[in-house]
Design a protein around this ligand. Structure first.
Ligand code: KIV
Ligand code: NA
Length: 277
């Protein structure tokens, strides 16, 4: 069970072996996800929504990403840890981008970083790779662009947009990314991009033909079911079992069924007797 690396990503595509990824944001979940055998764990800026309760990823800061990367990397033995670059951490200048990518690695313990965007991001991608930090690309529905897109919508349905996305994928490959996330992209376009680039594509809402898949762990475990997107498969219904357990605890406390004798500490009766006098 050796570490999954950028080399493993390339090998997987060559050998037509699918890559599995999930997100994680904390130590306990990271341990479970890693032990479950996923190849790479993304500390996604989706934590702004899932962990922090915001309605977009825009409020997430570099300090917060460093903190969550550190929590996750401590729990991981085999998977690659991908640190997501948050809004405004790489859009201002290549210098700031390299500094912030470096923080996710140096302080957060991430192995690689991911950032959103296509052709516009080529200089930034090159600069980060120049600093010896591998970069994962992310195109399609890039959530940091939600206000420009006017909502969370499938991207690349029209010819011009689809052509732009193909050009973005090719520019990212040329710039040296080791993989590209395709988010909310029609299956046919995702298939075409997967065939056109030599680095693996990792899909979320991008159909069956990508080289790998990623889901937000809280979605696939059914922990976060306020809204379940079409592309999510719930492999468990954790929210229901958690709610049931908590209701049981509350009634056990109220009815004095918990704690039981086996949950309690004892002391010497003689000492107790002295205390009573
Ligand atoms: O932040 C995130 O969880 C992501 C994935 C959905 C790809 O970027
Ligand atoms: Na993200």
């Amino acid at each position: 069970n050796s570490r999954f690396t950028v080399k493993s990503f390339q090998k997987a595509k060559e050998n037509k072996e699918r890559i599995s990824m999930l997100t994680a944001y904390d130590y306990s979940m990271a341990k479970i996800v890693d032990a479950g055998g996923v190849d790479a764990i993304l500390v996604g800026d989706s934590l702004g929504m899932v962990m922090q309760g915001n309605d977009s990823t825009l409020p997430v800061t570099v300090d917060q990403m460093v903190y969550h990367c550190r929590c996750v990397s401590r729990g991981v033995k085999r998977a690659m840890v991908v640190g997501d670059m948050p809004f405004l951490s790489y859009q201002i200048s290549t210098e700031e981008a390299v500094r912030n990518a470096g923080r996710l690695v140096q302080e957060g313990g991430a192995d690689v970083v991911k950032l959103e965007g296509g052709r516009d991001m080529v200089p930034v991608v090159r600069a980060i790779i120049h600093a010896q930090i591998p970069v994962m690309g992310h195109i399609g529905l890039t959530p940091q662009s939600v206000n420009l897109f006017g909502g969370f919508k499938v991207q690349g349905k029209e010819e011009a947009a689809a052509r732009n996305m193909i050009a973005d994928a090719q520019a990212l490959e040329e710039a040296g990314v080791f993989a590209i996330v395709l988010e909310s992209v029609p299956e046919g376009l995702a298939k075409l991009i997967t065939e056109k680039v030599h680095v693996p594509t990792i899909g979320i809402g991008a159909g069956r033909c990508c080289d790998g898949q990623i889901l937000v762990v809280n979605d696939m475990l059914g922990m976060f079911d306020d809204f379940v997107p079409k592309f999510v498969k719930q492999y468990a219904h954790m929210k229901e079992s958690m709610s049931g357990a908590i209701a049981q605890y509350v009634s056990d406390v109220q009815e004095q069924r918990f704690p039981e004798r086996k949950n309690t500490f004892t002391m010497d009766d003689a000492v107790l007797e002295k205390l009573q006098n």
